[in-house]
Design a protein around this ligand. Structure first.
Ligand code: SF4
Ligand code: SF4
Length: 469
């Protein structure tokens, strides 16, 4: 029986409820009165249920589809302004005991070299990332209790936080590692991680088991209930995601929102982020072999509908997507993007691509991405303030829901951008950025905070770093 608050995967992601939601959506895809009512509710910015959002995703009325996109843009701007947070992935090890059929790291792939970074190699990678200007990382690692035990992950996090090269520092380490135990999540929390990210890959249990034929990841409940264990272990910022292309996107969409509803019902706080990766080519992996590929237009609508359904949840898009797709995604709801990513182990300090997890579609430098964002009218941000001030989980959500984020994100974004301009930007980027900062200062509503920010900006120009408001 469907029960959003249940601790059991098959009750909070109930197959029959997803089918019922999809049927309801299909039956109402041309029901203008219902669609208008759902759009009105969405416009209030309080989110939608998976059933309501599924109706919007199925909607076949061209004018209402236009309205969905328009409203998504409006909510994106209302909740996130024009700030875009930047981060980079850091691959630690591609040893993996799982058999995921869509990933080149699966244990049966014998021609991919296996690599695991030493702490000294991690330090070199982090220095390379700091030298680009990154302040936020997402560490990635295959599942292998022998090669990549939790102690290795914890030691690596410690190494990352302790490297301060020139003015560089990694201020937030998000962690994307395999589902683990409540005890290990507690250790990760104590190590000071930001968000714990785990992609469900697919919510369709039967497909899930076929796509993960061997290894500990085969267990659907273990994967689907991982965020509950993370929450119980004290990690209150969790990031959901599916790999679009494995299953029907409407099914995944409903499952994703049901997972968000579950976290809200069981723990009082929804996911911090939702990622929207699509399957991409990689060593031995042909996306054409998967029949559920999501075309660009549908992908854009998916992003818009997620934005309407969970307006307070950050959305992430990676360099799997090209510049054009990323630009569209930013308009419709995405609030965080990776930049200048390498998706192999040791990728920031070598030119080898033999361990890449997937092909990158956006190969620009971080400086180019920052300049591009500004040209599109966005404010690139390297902010990590909330996590460092303990504003995680429900405390973060309260801030967002109270509409105080403009007094918080805007100054922090501008100050971290100023740091980037001083330490890492090309002259052309710095010129554009200085003008942008001057213009954007007036968007900080609170006068006291605005004045404090002005002082901090000047101090940053004089060489001081790391201010938080
Ligand atoms: S997706 Fe993750 S768990 Fe699966 S093979 Fe790749 S690295 Fe291993
Ligand atoms: S102030 Fe908080 S919510 Fe805003 S960008 Fe920084 S960390 Fe994110």
């Amino acid at each position: 029986m469907y029960n959003p608050a249940s601790p059991q995967a098959e009750e909070f992601i109930e197959h029959e409820e997803i089918l019922a939601a999809l049927q309801y959506a299909e039956e109402n895809k041309a029901n203008a009165a219902l669609i208008d009512a759902i759009l009105r509710r969405a416009g209030e910015g309080k989110g939608l249920s998976h059933r309501e959002a599924s109706v919007l995703l199925a909607c076949g009325l061209p004018d209402r589809n236009e309205e969905i996109l328009r409203l998504a843009k409006k909510l994106k701007e209302a909740f996130y302004g024009r700030r875009i947070v930047l981060f980079a992935p850091l691959y630690l090890s591609n040893y993996c005991v799982n058999g995921c059929v869509y990933c080149p790291y699966h244990f049966q792939n014998t021609h991919i070299p296996r690599k695991k970074l030493t702490q000294a190699e991690i330090a070199r990678e982090v220095i390379a990332l700091q030298d680009m200007g990154h302040k936020r990382l997402a560490i990635e690692c295959g599942e292998d209790p022998l090669h990549n035990p939790i102690e290795y992950i914890l030691e690596s996090i410690d190494t990352i936080y302790n490297i301060h090269h020139k003015n560089g520092a990694i201020r937030r380490v998000n962690v994307n590692i395999a589902a683990t135990t409540e005890e290990n999540y507690r250790k990760l929390k104590q190590a000071g991680i930001g968000t714990y990210i785990l992609f469900q890959e697919t919510y369709h249990k039967e497909s899930y088991e076929l796509l993960h034929p061997t290894g500990p990841k085969h267990g659907y409940a273990r994967q689907t209930e991982a965020m509950d264990r993370a929450m119980r272990g004290g990690v209150d910022d969790v990031g959901l995601g599916v790999l679009f292309g494995l299953e029907g996107h409407k099914y995944e969409f409903a499952g994703l929102l049901m997972h968000a509803e579950h976290l809200e019902a069981a723990f009082g706080v929804g996911p911090h982020t939702i990622s929207v990766p699509r399957i991409k080519p990689a060593d031995g992996i042909d996306p054409g072999a998967f029949s559920n590929g999501v075309p660009d237009g549908v992908f854009a609508k998916l992003i818009a509908c997620i934005r309407l359904a969970v307006p307070c949840t950050g959305m992430i898009i990676s360099t799997r997507e090209n510049q054009q797709v990323r630009a569209r995604a930013l308009e419709l709801g995405v609030s965080q993007i990776s930049g200048a990513s390498r998706t192999g182990v040791g990728g920031y300090t070598s030119n080898q691509h033999d361990t890449d997890q997937f092909d990158i579609s956006d190969n620009r430098t971080l400086d180019e991405v920052v300049r591009w964002l500004m040209a599109l009218g966005y404010i690139p941000s390297f902010c990590t303030a909330c996590y460092r001030q303990g504003r995680t989980g429900d405390r973060f959500m309260e801030l967002l829901k109270a509409g105080q984020i403009q007094n918080c994100c805007q100054p922090n974004a501008l100050m971290t951008l100023q740091e980037f301009l001083m330490d890492y930007a090309s002259p052309a980027t710095r010129l554009v950025g200085e003008g942008l900062i001057a213009r954007e200062m007036i968007e900080i509503p609170n006068q006291k905070i605005r004045e404090a920010t002005l002082g901090h900006l000047e101090a940053i120009r004089q060489g001081e770093r790391d201010f938080i408001v």
